[in-house]
Design a protein around this ligand. Structure first.
Ligand code: FAD
Ligand code: AMP
Length: 473
């Protein structure tokens, strides 16, 4: 009998499994996915077809675009760089292989039992696993469901993983499509669009909504839209895709705009319209578990389901579909199983878009605060006034700090620019400790760093920034 059986080895499941074993719980982690060679595959979406391979390609493509467009700004003349896409893909695959093998190594080191097969929850103490078409029943005191998510398919654009692909197919192109269409201007569409635009594709993004990045700070959304269009992403808002047909030569994409129907012809089309919880065939009908109307497993703030001793974490439950949120939920749950006090601070989950420049934020933005009637003050600092940003030639964007009008407690940090993710992460730490804008302003930041923009933005909240004219009268 296991103390805990975890279903899924993505960042929610594998992190939960390691922490559970560290806490002395007899732990098993079940994973159903196998690679093209039939080898079991730990690490979930994030390591295999998500965060890691996309970041590997974002980094490679950024280096190419730098060599092509920006080396000469620094007085470095190179002959036109040549692309070797198969080699770029091989490097990406190596990074993935190293990290997924690392998860296997960590399981061994921590004595987590890895079971490879498809799991089904029978009841709160039994999981059925299908291994090579043979069924095995595993007994356990607790079950943690971490089965993750899958790309949403829309019937108007059927995926063939050749010409019409989802995010997984878009990480596998072996040549640069001349014309690339993308449905959806969300995080995944923007990141994958950036990769292929930098490598030379003529990218067109079709987004159904009229608003661009509505979840971000409004000034950031506006500036980002301008910058990405400048980078050649060609983002078209208010364009709902109604059909996509692949022929031997190209893909014809039909879409609806306010003023009528239009057609776009591309070589490849990426469908990036969001992700859905992965819950098909996961429960026996007598398990007592039911899904909500969108297919998520309903849980409370501690990730407890309606059935005692069954927990669910990560993309399969409400909240942002992000790896770090998934992992922290996994840790919280197994700590609670081990009898410890643990909780999640959901309002402090940071969001990042790993474009160049990066976009990142944590906490509330001004529109959300106004809507909730919370009085606030804010301070911004442009990277154009940052010595380090100018020295590196990356002075687009700004940092904004928002604080409570009366208490000065930081309520949100928003950034668009160089190392925005790392800058916002410093805001997360400050907010976790309940810092005020003044506290952050009194903190010493190394010079010259791009992080100084956060320091100055925090000082600007109370009119005290040094390198901009913001003194309050
Ligand atoms: P998953 O990673 O989806 O893992 C679930 C695992 O469960 C899978 O391995 C699956 O095979 C297994 N499983 C499912 N059902 C069963 C079953 N019945 N039996 C056994 N095993 C089962 N997030 C970030 O935070 N940062 C990023 O930069 C980022 N980039 C992304 C880029 C792309 C292209 C994509 C697609 C996603 C990205 N994400 C990113 C999102 C991130 O990948 C997910 O939020 C994260 O993987 C969720 O973790 P999880 O453990 O809940 O689920
Ligand atoms: P995200 O959920 O952040 O990955 O974003 C997916 C985006 O795809 C959303 O902004 C949706 O509005 C957009 N979207 C969904 N369906 C369509 C469609 N048929 N045509 C264009 N955009 C779409």
């Amino acid at each position: 009998m296991f103390d805990v059986v975890i279903i899924g080895s993505g960042p929610a499941g594998y992190v939960a499994a390691i922490r559970a074993a560290q806490l002395g719980l007899n732990t098993a982690c079940i994973e159903k996915s196998f690679d093209s060679e039939g080898k079991s595959q730990l690490g979930g979406t994030c390591l295999n077809v998500g965060c890691i391979p996309s970041k590997a390609l974002l980094d490679s493509s950024h280096r190419y675009s730098d060599a092509l467009n920006h080396f000469s700004d620094h007085g470095i003349e190179v002959s036109k760089p040549k692309l070797d896409i198969p080699k770029m893909m091989e490097r990406k695959n190596k990074v993935v292989a190293q990290l997924t093998a690392g998860v296997g190594g960590l399981f061994k080191a921590n004595k987590v039992t890895a079971i490879f097969g498809e799991a089904k929850v029978l009841n709160s103490n039994q999981v059925e696993v299908l291994i090579d078409n043979k069924s095995e029943i595993i007994e356990t005191k607790n079950i943690v469901i971490a089965s993750g998510s899958l790309p949403i398919n829309i019937p108007v654009a059927p995926i063939d993983q050749k010409n019409i692909v989802d995010s997984t197919g878009a990480l596998e192109f072996l040549s640069v499509p001349k014309k690339l269409g993308i449905i959806g201007a969300g995080v995944i569409g923007l990141e994958l669009g950036s990769v292929w635009a930098r490598l030379g594709s003529e990218v067109t993004i079709l987004e159904a909504m009229d608003d661009f990045l509505p979840m971000a700070d409004h000034k950031i959304s506006k500036d980002v839209l301008k910058e990405f269009n400048k980078q050649g992403l060609n983002i078209n808002l208010g364009c709902k895709v109604t059909s996509a047909k692949a022929t031997a030569k190209n893909v014809k994409v039909g879409f609806k705009k306010k003023d009528g129907d239009e057609e776009l012809i591309v070589d490849k089309l990426i469908v990036a319209v969001g992700r859905k919880p992965n819950t098909a065939n996961l429960f026996d009908e007598n398990s007592g578990l039911a899904l909500d109307e969108k297919g998520f497993i309903p849980v409370n703030d501690f990730c407890e389901t309606e059935v005692k001793n069954i927990w669910a974490v990560g993309d399969v439950v409400r909240g942002p579909m992000l790896a770090h949120k998934a992992s922290e939920e996994g840790i919280m749950v197994v700590e609670r199983i081990a009898g410890k006090h643990a909780e999640m601070h959901y309002d402090l989950v940071p969001s990042v878009i790993y474009t160049h420049p990066e976009v990142a934020w944590v906490g509330k933005n001004e529109a959300e605060l106004s809507e909730s009637g919370i009085e606030f003050k804010s301070g911004s600092f442009p990277f154009a006034a940052s010595g380090r940003a100018l020295a590196t030639g990356e002075s687009t964007g700004f940092v904004k700090v928002i604080a409570d009008k009366k208490t000065d407690t930081i309520l949100g940090v928003h950034a668009f620019g160089p190392s925005a993710a790392d800058i916002v992460q410093q805001g997360v730490v400050a907010m976790e400790f309940g810092a005020s804008a003044e506290d952050l302003g009194l903190t010493i930041f190394s010079h010259p760093t791009v992080s100084e923009a956060l320091h100055e933005a925090a000082m600007a909240v109370n009119g005290n920034a040094i390198h901009i004219g913001n003194r309050k009268k």
